[in-house]
Design a protein. Structure first.
Length: 114
């Protein structure tokens, strides 16, 4: 009979949502690091660009902060590239609701059911 490791046992009690959240948080931090290297931008420079404290940028880069979607977009604008890409296949988001129009990218508009 194999012994279950402490870590494996501990992870069994973690919800799928929490596991995915932690994974995404790490992916976000790694992508930020990569983009900062591409842009040759320091942590201090990024913080200045964002108008945020360097300590906050440090927490985001370490995966210990929980930035809002708005803050993630601020990072994207500061770095000039997308961090996450959300696929959109042109299908309606839901059925039987009113039609709305959303600005997807500057100059590009799509309609969806809401």
């Amino acid at each position: 009979m194999m012994k279950t490791s402490f870590l494996k046992k501990a992870l069994e009690g973690v919800s799928p949502q929490t596991k995915k959240f932690v994974r995404r948080q790490g992916e976000f931090a790694v992508r930020l690091h990569d983009l900062m290297e591409e842009c040759v931008m320091s942590q201090r420079q990024l913080a200045e660009q964002l108008g945020k404290k360097e300590s906050y940028v440090c927490r985001v880069l370490s995966g210990s902060a929980n930035p809002t979607l708005k803050t993630m977009v601020e990072f994207e604008v500061a770095l000039g590239q997308d961090i996450f890409t959300i696929p959109y296949d042109g299908k309606a988001f839901s059925q039987g609701r009113h039609c709305r129009t959303a600005l997807i990218e500057p100059g590009q508009v799509c309609s969806y059911d809401y």
